[in-house]
Design a protein around this ligand. Structure first.
Ligand SMILES: *Cc1c(COP(=O)(O)O)cnc(C)c1O
Length: 398
C-alpha cells in the first residue's frame, strides 16, 4: 500500500532507469528527511541558491552553480544567459531576440528533442556537419573547422551534447569557441556516473554544464544543476529567481549576484516558470553529497547486486539468452531467440500491461534485445521481474 492507492494510481517496477515518463527514481531516506526538514522553514531563495552555488562549485570545480528544475531547464537558462549576459533589458525581452546575438551552433548529429529548451530561450539553432558515419555511407561527422567556420558575430553559444559517441572532441570545440569568445554550454544530463564527470566537461573547456539531478545523482525528480562561469551563472540566476522587490530592498548575496554590476533590477525572467522550491534545492544538495561520497566501485557493486539477482532468478528462461554487461552500471540484456513465441516489443508491452507492471528498456527491441537497468529497482523487484518474464515466455509456448 502506498499513498498512490488513495488516488487510484498504480505503482510500477522500473527496470528502465530514472526516466521522467516513469517518474524518475526514488529518494534515499536521508534525502527525504532533509527535504521534509527544509519544508518546515522559510528562507531567502537567493541566499539558498548562493549556498547551492558554493556546494556545486566545490564538487564541479566551477566558479559558480545554480540548482535548476532539471537539466532541460539548465539548457534554457544557460542559453538565456549566453544571449542576454548581464543586461536586464535583454533579459526582459526574451524570447524575442531581435537585434541580439541569438544563434546557437550545434553539431547536427547531437540534435535531440531537448533542443526545445534551447529554442525556448529565443535561440535559433545553426546545424553543423553531416553525420555520414550514421548513414552507413562513410566514416566522418562534424569537424572542428566546420564549427569554427560557423561562428559569426550573431553566435551566442555553442551547445555540445556530451556522450560516448559525441564528435568532435569537446576540447577541440571549446578551443575554437574560446578563441572567438563564444561560450560553450554542455548538456551532460545523463553523463553520471562516474562522479569525476562532474568536473570533466568544465576541465575540458566548457563554460557551462547542465546535469540532471533526478538521474544518477538521486535527487528530486525535477531537479538539476547548472555550473560554470560566474557571470553566466549570475545571469541564469537573475532570469530564474523571483525578483518582485524594490531596488532598495533587494540585497542578493554578492557571491551569486553582484548587484553593483547591474544598471537596474531585472523583471521576472524567461526562467521564472522553471522555479525550484527550497525542498528541491536541499534535496538535490544532500543527494549530491551522497553521490560524490559513494566510491565508484561500491556504487557498481550495489547496482550489480540487483543485476546478479535478476540474472540468477531468470536462469532457465525459455527462448532467450542472458548477458550481463559490466562497467560502472551493470545491466542485464535478454536476447530473444528467433523462434521465441513473442517478439521483443510484444514482450515489453506484455510486461508493461501486466500486474505488476514492469518497464524495461525497449530501445533495442528491433534487434530482439530487452535491457534491464538497476537504478530504480526496489528490494524484491529482481525476483518479481524474473517471474513475469519466465511466465510470459512459457505461456506463449504454443
Ligand atoms: C535526461 C536528459 C535531459 C533532460 O534532463 P531533465 O533533468 O529531465 O530535465 C536533457 N538532455 C539529455 C541528453 C538527457 O539525457
Amino acid at each position: 500500500m502506498s499513498i498512490y492507492d488513495s488516488f487510484g494510481v498504480r505503482t510500477l517496477i522500473n527496470a528502465k532507469g530514472p526516466s521522467t515518463r516513469l517518474s524518475g527514481g526514488f529518494l534515499d531516506p536521508e534525502v527525504l528527511a532533509a527535504m521534509s526538514d527544509a519544508a518546515q522553514y522559510c528562507v531567502d531563495m537567493a541566499e539558498l541558491q548562493a549556498a547551492a552555488s558554493r556546494e556545486i562549485a566545490q564538487v564541479t570545480g566551477a566558479e559558480a552553480g545554480l540548482v535548476t528544475a532539471g537539466a532541460a531547464a539548465g539548457l534554457l537558462l544557460g542559453t538565456a544567459a549566453c544571449i542576454a549576459g548581464l543586461d536586464p533589458a535583454k533579459m526582459g525581452r526574451l524570447p524575442d531576440t531581435r537585434g541580439m546575438k541569438n544563434e546557437v551552433i550545434m553539431v547536427r548529429s547531437q540534435r535531440n528533442f531537448y533542443d526545445h529548451a534551447i529554442r525556448g530561450a529565443g535561440a535559433q539553432i545553426v546545424e553543423v556537419g553531416l553525420p555520414d558515419r550514421f548513414a552507413g555511407a562513410g566514416v566522418r561527422d562534424a569537424e572542428t573547422w566546420e564549427i569554427d567556420a560557423a561562428i559569426t558575430e550573431r553566435t551566442a553559444a555553442v551547445v555540445y551534447v556530451a556522450g560516448g559517441a559525441a564528435q568532435p572532441p569537446l576540447q577541440e570545440v571549446a578551443g575554437v569557441a574560446r578563441a572567438k569568445n563564444v561560450p560553450v554550454l554542455v548538456d551532460a544530463a545523463a553523463q553520471l556516473p562516474p562522479a569525476s564527470n562532474l568536473r570533466r566537461f568544465l576541465a575540458e573547456g566548457a563554460d557551462l554544464v547542465a546535469f540532471s539531478g533526478g538521474k544518477a545523482i538521486g535527487g528530486p525528480q525535477a531537479s538539476g544543476i547548472l555550473a560554470g562561469k560566474r557571470d553566466l551563472i549570475m545571469s541564469a540566476a537573475l532570469q530564474q529567481l523571483d525578483l518582485d522587490v524594490y531596488w532598495e530592498q533587494w540585497a542578493p548575496p554578492a557571491s551569486l549576484i553582484d548587484k553593483q554590476r547591474l544598471p537596474g533590477l531585472p523583471q521576472h525572467g524567461i526562467g521564472r516558470p522553471c522555479k525550484v522550491g527550497k525542498e528541491t534545492i536541499i534535496g538535490l544538495l544532500v543527494a549530491l553529497r551522497k553521490f560524490v561520497a559513494e566510491p565508484e566501485e561500491k556504487r557498481s557493486q550495489r547496482l550489480g547486486n540487483f543485476i546478479a539477482r535478476l540474472h540468477a532468478a531468470l536462469e532457465g528462461v525459455a527462448h532467450a539468452q542472458l548477458h550481463v554487461t559490466g562497467g560502472l552500471v551493470p545491466k542485464l540484456e535478454l536476447h530473444l531467440s528467433p523462434e521465441a513465441p513473442l517478439k521483443a516489443l510484444e514482450l515489453c508491452l506484455q510486461l508493461e500491461q501486466g500486474n505488476p507492471s514492469v518497464h524495461a528498456d525497449a530501445s533495442r527491441v528491433r534487434s530482439g534485445v530487452i535491457v534491464f537497468h538497476p537504478w530504480c529497482l526496489k528490494e524484491a523487484d529482481p525476483e518479481r521481474i524474473a517471474a513475469r518474464v519466465k511466465q510470459l515466455l512459457l505461456s506463449s509456448d504454443r
